[in-house]
Design a protein around this ligand. Structure first.
Ligand SMILES: Nc1nc2c(c(=O)[nH]1)N[C@H]1C(S)=C(S)[C@@H](COP(=O)(O)O)O[C@H]1N2
Ligand SMILES: [Mo]
Length: 397
């Protein structure tokens, strides 16, 4: 079925589920269940799903068959992403669509905690720097563009929850598999140049980031998220206040018209729809800075272990990781030529990956991959390897 048709079905159900049932699948009975599917109804369902549903009588009305709902919600300008949630919008990128050195904007994942702003006019946008500074500033994007050195860097953003779907025991939150990570080319100015313009006071030890998105509840007094970093991290030269992504204005879902990019640390520091940075003389305490948010044990513990508050710390540098982006998982190759070229990216938060190995025997033995330098610090690193299979069968690389 075409994606267009899927999206139409989703819209139909959003408007009036019972009527949609009637249109798509035939009469709905008084008990609110699907009536006997017959004639046109059955034929429609068969055509849509490619199979009949033996238990169709038990399906609650308004339930969109999962096979149709999958990816039915489309994010404009995003292509092939797996949507995990539509309120707030959260979508990850299948690994094979992350093969590019520079992630196209259409394939950059989306992680929203609230509702994106509707007025994102770059001409009217301002950024305020205040708090523990000598001279609070409010700058237009035009001033950022013309008064500061412009930087263009390939920077990786990875959500702190990337990979959470594989946790055992299960962790709360979006069940990201591997695709809440991307490395786009960002154009902007150094965060530190802008902070220095305002004059960082000695008392400033922490940043607090604010944006124009609103809380899911609609309560204007509540913020969806506001995180901040220690001042030393903030002054690192690769942090950008970015106004372009891959040479174009930012995608609406990736923070247009202005965002922070703080690479190496959880993506949540890279505040989107950025309109204010406050310098503080205490650790920031905005939403998602307190309680258990973004905290991990200081030392490895058993999965599910109870850890004392004092043994927990903020996630800072993200851990080392790699991703296979080609071939796509599930590939079959001929036994006549049991060789496979595998490639992907590797990264390690604030660090650089020095060596990379692949295994086809569940980690018993390892073959060295060719690993390339990052384009610039904080860009992910390309790797490739050729693996040879000893006999026909099922393997995991
Ligand atoms: N204003 C604002 N900024 C935000 C968020 C948000 O919900 N609101 N989400 C954060 C999180 S948790 C992540 S992982 C990154 C994701 O950036 P992306 O959506 O551009 O991929 O944005 C961060 N910046
Ligand atoms: Mo995140």
């Amino acid at each position: 079925m075409s994606d267009k048709k899927k999206a139409d079905i989703f819209e139909l159900y959003a408007q009036d589920p019972e009527q949609a049932d009637e249109i798509v699948f035939g009469r709905v009975s008084d008990e609110g269940r699907r009536g006997f599917l017959k004639g046109a109804g059955l034929a429609t369902m068969g055509a849509l799903l490619g199979a009949s549903i033996p238990f169709h009588r038990n399906m609650p009305s308004g339930l969109i068959p999962a096979a149709l709902a999958e990816n039915a919600f489309k994010i404009e300008g995003k292509d092939g992403l797996t949507v995990l949630n539509d309120r707030p919008v959260n979508a990850e990128t299948p690994a094979h669509l992350l093969d590019d050195d520079v992630t196209p904007s259409a394939r950059h994942f989306v992680r929203n905690n609230g509702i994106p702003p509707t007025n994102t006019n770059a001409k009217e946008w301002t950024l305020t720097i205040d708090g523990h500074v000598n001279k609070p500033l409010t700058l237009s994007i035009e001033q950022l563009r013309s008064e500061f050195e412009r930087m263009r860097l390939n920077l990786q953003i990875e959500c702190g929850g990337n990979g959470r779907a594989f946790f055992e025991p299960k962790a709360k939150g979006n069940q990201w598999t591997v695709g809440a990570v991307a490395c786009a080319e960002w154009t902007g100015v150094r965060l530190r140049d802008v902070l220095n313009r305002a004059g960082v006071k000695n008392s400033a030890i922490y940043t607090a980031h604010y944006g124009a998105d609103t809380h899911l509840s609609g309560d204007p007094a509540k913020l969806p998220i506001s995180r901040g970093v220690p001042i030393d991290k903030a002054m690192e030269e690769h942090n950008l206040i970015a106004f372009e992504m891959n040479g174009e204005p930012l995608h609406a879902m990736n923070g247009a018209p202005l965002r922070l990019v703080i690479p190496g640390w959880p993506g949540s520091f890279s505040h989107k729809w950025l309109n204010r940075i406050q310098l503080r003389d205490v650790v920031h305490d905005g939403p998602k800075m307190t309680g258990k948010a973004y905290r991990v044990p200081k030392h490895p513990v058993e999965p599910g272990a109870k850890v004392d508050e004092k043994d927990m710390m903020f996630i800072e540098s993200m851990p080392v990781k790699s991703l296979i982006t080609n071939p796509m998982s599930g590939v079959k190759i001929s036994v006549d030529n049991p060789v496979l070229d595998v490639r992907g990216h590797a990264w390690a938060g604030d660090n650089t990956v020095k060596e990379m190995y692949v295994s086809i025997d569940f980690g018993a033995s390892w073959v060295k991959a060719k690993l390339y330098r990052p384009k610039n610090r904080y860009a992910w690193q390309r790797w490739n390897a050729q693996v040879q299979f000893p006999s026909a069968g099922y393997y995991e690389v």
